[in-house]
Write a protein that binds this ligand. Structure first.
Ligand code: GLY
Length: 333
């Protein structure tokens, strides 16, 4: 009788122990997930940035990464992570997008943005907008709430107004630094300061296995007004397909359009079976580089592998994957 009682107690103890230890266990990661961001590529070197400027860039890139990561780690979508991360970069005067957008030749700011869902291949974009505070939000609304992909100028702003987006006066986009860049470029009759591309972009893979990409820019300093670059062009500056990868580009847009940069990377993976890294290197170094274009691209594939490739001295960039460690880099190393 006593033996039976002891046996019962031991069995009960084992049951309680196994319940308690399973409660304390960390759940296995759902899958690979994470995001990669860029804030532009160009002639960025240690001697051109003060310690304070470098710290400001690093802090803003880390803040943006953490916003996107928080969406992903909570089980949110890659689309939401991309949009929310880009909003942080658009609201900063440091980058050539939103608040920090460069000036066109006529002294106005004309902003472009796009976003793409790798799960459905749906996409949205706006181009040549002048008063939408966050063009990436407008791009998302075009994708979600219209049957179209790309709206330009007045039409884009009318659509965005109807969607209740926040509008600002053009003076909101005035920054002394960008104004001086315009004066310098115009004095030299250049379309941009050589090697300066401050476009922002984000690519993400969520826990559900869905990829998304987004890009936002003010374009090139002293661009002819009405000029459209690669950032709002799906397949050029932005592309996402769950079967392959999500990519976002920065650089002299004309070259990224002529080489159809984003789709060229995806197509090499889909039809040629090459890795994301090789495909990105082919496009940046062999195609765009061969034509004389400069810039870079970020990407993430369906397995969570990432790439960052550029042919400029530096690129503002970072990533945060399922290990939760933010990595920020600026210079070539
Ligand atoms: N890559 C940005 C632009 O050329 O407008």
């Amino acid at each position: 009788m006593r033996n039976n009682k002891s046996l019962l107690l031991i069995i009960l103890g084992l049951i309680v122990y196994s319940i308690l230890s399973s409660c304390g266990k960390q759940p296995a990661p759902d899958t690979n997930f994470g995001l990669v961001i860029h804030g532009g590529a160009g002639t960025i070197s240690r001697d051109k940035l003060t310690a304070e400027q470098e710290q400001n860039y690093r802090a803003k890139l880390e803040q943006a990464l953490r916003i996107g990561y928080a969406v992903l780690v909570a089980g949110g979508t890659s689309l939401d992570a991309v949009e929310k991360t880009i909003v942080i970069l658009e609201d900063s005067p440091l980058f050539n997008a939103g608040k920090g957008a460069v000036f066109a030749s006529n002294g106005t700011n004309e902003l472009d943005a796009s976003i793409m869902d790798g799960n459905t291949l749906q996409a949205g974009a706006v181009s040549g907008v002048k008063q939408i505070k966050n063009p990436i939000k407008a791009a998302r609304l075009v994708m979600d709430n219209s049957p179209h992909v790309l709206f330009y100028g007045d039409g884009a702003e009318t659509f965005a107004r109807g969607q209740g987006l926040e509008f600002v006066d053009q003076s909101y986009f005035y920054t002394e630094r960008r104004w001086q860049s315009l004066q310098k470029a115009q004095a030299k009759d250049q379309q941009t300061e050589p090697g300066k591309h401050g476009t922002v972009g984000v690519v993400a893979l969520d826990k559900h296995g869905n990829l998304a990409a987004g890009t936002s820019t003010g374009g090139l300093t002293n661009k002819r007004f009405g000029r459209i670059g690669d950032s709002p062009i799906i397949g050029a500056g932005t592309y996402a397909d769950n079967r392959t990868c999500a990519v976002s580009a920065t650089g002299t847009g004309e070259y990224f359009m002529r080489t159809v940069c984003g789709y060229a990377i995806s197509a090499q993976m889909e039809f040629g079976g090459v890795s994301l890294q090789t495909a990105a290197e082919n496009v940046i170094h062999n195609e765009i580089g061969r034509l004389g274009g400069t810039g870079g691209v970020i990407g993430i594939d369906k397995g969570g592998n990432i790439t960052i490739v550029f042919n400029t001295p530096g690129m503002y960039r970072g990533y945060m994957l399922s290990d939760g460690q933010p990595v920020i880099k600026i210079f070539a190393d």
